[in-house]
Design a protein around this ligand. Structure first.
Ligand code: GLA
Length: 411
């Protein structure tokens, strides 16, 4: 039996908090199914759900996005996976039981789509669900039947591998209902085993909305796991999800990441300042960066945020340590993330009034006099790339604005 790609080195195991321990049946004792090398850094890509949702999802739209990923510089900035979410499926399986794509919206089929995606130097992601239904069948009246993977796990994994799929989003969608008897970890481990048996390296995204503390169990199977319900395109939603990340940092690391959901950067409902802070927070959280906007029509400001080299470098820092909120003063929050070489602080203004910052004696202080950042090394504003003078620098943080300040390794 062929297992899934390269096994982790001792160092990787150590830094990812241990390897997955499930054994594939038939005597492959002790074999690890999860290939941590597929996600040593938080995965980056684009996902169709936030912008196309269900019925607007078409082959033409997806290929337009693939082209835009290349032309806009997103691919070269590191966005690798183009993930086609729910509603790609025909309303029923073939008579052989195999899944097929919706004939009107994906007339060329998923194998051809995968080829087109690969031809652009991108990787191909698809969506499945472990029970009888996908979420769109429940929440978007998708009139399909039996397209969930329950008792079709191996067939569906083989089908996806045959189509050249590189990333699977496996989305709970009440998989325990309808007599399946599935528990959450069981649903996700069944597909992990099926994916391992295909022999194809496939990044495995576990989506159960943070309901069963997946950070405590999902690292055995997946490369990322949702920690929250669905994001919406509003500052309120972004803040709600951010507040649920507290205490989760220790569970993430190279090979397995907490996933607070896809990005809403560039979508209606969130302004440019908020979008930038949202992105900075996902960077501080070492979160997967899955863009969720229409890349074909994005503004220069949106592109600038999504492809900012200094922010992407922080996201992809090789230490892979998730950052956290470390202090609060009124509506101002202080965040910190340790890096392979130094650390980065974030100051977030959640309030409705501007907040003034200044440098004093090599640190950053609030107008209340509260000292926020103290570091001996040189401080640099990540967004502008400019050094912050030890004394005499000042800035105003607008409502919902965040600033990231990087300090080098010399402390
Ligand atoms: C759930 C997931 C979303 C999306 C939809 C698709 O709500 O959380 O991210 O995949 O299902 O129906």
């Amino acid at each position: 039996m062929k297992l899934n790609g390269i096994l982790p080195t001792a160092e990787e195991k150590e830094s990812s908090g241990g390897e997955g321990k499930i054994d594939v049946e038939h005597g492959c004792q002790g074999a690890t199914m999860k290939d941590v090398s597929l996600a040593l850094k938080p995965p980056m890509g684009w996902n169709s759900w936030n912008i196309f949702r269900c019925y607007q999802l078409t082959e033409e739209a997806v290929l337009g996005i693939a082209d835009a990923m290349v032309e806009s510089g997103m691919r070269d900035a590191g966005y690798e996976y183009l993930v086609v979410d729910d509603c790609w499926q025909a309303f029923a399986r073939e008579s052989s039981g195999k899944l097929r794509s919706h004939p009107a919206r994906f007339p060329s089929g998923m194998e051809a789509l995968g080829e087109q995606i690969h031809a652009r130097g991108l990787k191909f992601g698809l969506y499945l669900s472990p029970g009888h239904k996908t979420c769109a069948m429940i929440y978007d009246r998708y009139p399909a039947r039996d397209i969930g993977s329950f008792e079709h796990e191996q067939l569906d994994a083989d089908t996806l591998a045959g189509w050249g799929v590189d990333y699977l989003k496996y989305d709970w969608c009440e998989a325990g209902r309808g007599g399946t008897g599935l528990t959450y970890p069981e649903a996700f481990s069944r597909m992990a085993e099926a994916l391992a048996r295909t022999g194809r390296p496939i990044v495995y995204s576990i989506s159960e909305y943070g309901r069963t503390k997946p950070w405590e169990w999902a690292a055995d199977y997946g490369h990322l796991w949702r920690t929250t319900p669905d994001i919406g395109a509003s500052w309120r939603s972004v803040m709600k999800l951010v507040d649920r990340q507290h205490g989760l940092a220790e569970f993430a690391g190279p090979g397995g990441w907490n996933d607070p959901d896809m990005l809403e950067v560039g979508n209606v409902g969130i302004n440019d300042v908020e979008a930038r802070s949202h992105f900075m927070l996902w960077v501080m959280l070492a979160a997967p960066l899955m863009a969720g906007n229409d890349l074909r029509t994005m503004t220069a400001a949106t592109r600038h945020t999504l492809t900012h080299p200094g922010l992407i470098a922080l996201s992809q820092d090789s230490l892979g340590r998730q950052g956290s909120r470390v202090a609060r003063q009124g509506k101002v929050e202080l965040w910190r993330r340790e890096l392979a070489d130094g650390r980065v602080h974030g100051i977030l203004n959640r309030g409705g009034r501007a907040v003034h910052l200044q440098s004093r004696d090599g640190g950053i202080v609030l107008d209340s006099g509260r000292r926020l950042v103290t570091d001996d090394g040189q401080l640099v504003c990540v967004w502008t790339g400019e050094p912050i003078d030890a004394d005499g620098w000042s800035a105003a943080l607008q409502p919902h604005e965040m600033i990231l300040i990087r300090s080098d390794g010399r402390h």
